[in-house]
Design a protein around this ligand. Structure first.
Ligand SMILES: [Zn+2]
Length: 284
């Protein structure tokens, strides 16, 4: 005869799944440089906390989805096309490796002519400033704040025409520059810029290339960055809700016209923001 415990077990598992950290919608998987890999780590089990996972030294976001733990791994644009390894540590302390492939993607080219050559051929003092700012931004990208859950189902931060896709290999006045690590939305100066999801303002700044900038921390290594702003309406440490206006768009820094540059950073990697927007949203 079956014990009551055996009869209850499926209900307990169901309750665990229902109370596990919510993942309303995971980003779309694109296991390519600049994309996001979704790596299954195994089923949710009753009473067992979520495993933790690392890509090299970098902790990665883990979320529950359809009864599974899934690592949501940001892949930098310079990620080698190869099989990669996640180090997974269970709540019990047991460690294992999970492998996943990264396949190649060829991003389009774009040639841009800038009249202000000061923003292309940098003076020694500008170069020193840019190098300092790059270190600051690099440090901010590594930021990790543990939160019980992370909303990865983003709204667009502005409504306008899409003028620059992620990953485009850019040439300024014929010279190769770093690929476009974000998403450009053309909006008139003064347009509202909204937080993609709930979070905390990690930093604000005024940078040589990015202009006035807001970084929002969504938790567990997921950040969004809004650049070329005209005006910033938040301060570091401020909590922000999804859709909350954090700034007004502009064209500060290196910009050929008024637009919002939006970057998404996941486990320290700049990844394609479009993967975090519902497929029901049409390309602006
Ligand atoms: Zn841009």
């Amino acid at each position: 005869m079956r014990s009551h415990a055996a009869l209850l077990a499926p209900l307990i598992i169901l309750a665990q799944i229902l109370t596990a950290p919510a993942a309303a919608a995971l980003p779309r998987a694109a296991s390519v440089p600049g994309g996001v890999a979704l790596v299954a780590l195994g089923p949710l089990a009753p009473g067992i906390p979520q495993p933790r996972a690392w890509l090299g030294e970098q902790a990665v976001l883990v979320a529950a989805d359809h009864g599974q733990w899934v690592a949501i791994v940001g892949l930098a644009l310079d990620t080698p096309v190869a099989t990669h390894e996640l180090r997974v540590v269970e709540a019990s302390g047991e460690a294992r490796s999970v492998h996943f492939p990264v396949v190649g993607k060829r991003y389009p080219e774009q040639r841009i002519t800038l009249k202000d050559t000061r923003k292309v051929d940098l003076s020694a003092s500008d170069l020193a400033r840019v190098e300092g700012e790059m270190k600051t931004i690099q440090a901010l990208k590594q930021h990790w704040r543990a939160t019980p859950e992370t909303d990865t189902d983003f709204v667009l931060p502005a409504e306008g025409r899409l003028t620059g896709r992620f990953g485009v290999r850019r040439y300024f006045n014929g010279e190769a520059r770093s690929p476009h690590a974000g998403f450009d939305i053309a909006v008139p100066t003064g347009s509202p810029v909204k937080a993609n999801a709930r979070g905390t303002v990690l930093a604000i700044g005024d940078f040589f290339f990015n202009g006035k900038t807001v970084l929002v921390d969504h938790g567990n290594g997921l950040l969004s960055m809004y650049c070329h702003l005209d005006r910033i309406d938040v301060a570091p440490g401020d909590p922000v809700e999804k859709n909350q206006v954090v700034a007004r768009s502009g064209m500060t820094g290196r910009a050929t016209g008024p637009h919002l540059h939006w970057s998404v950073i996941l486990n320290g990697a700049m990844v394609d923001p479009w993967l975090f927007v519902s497929p029901n949203v049409r390309t602006p």
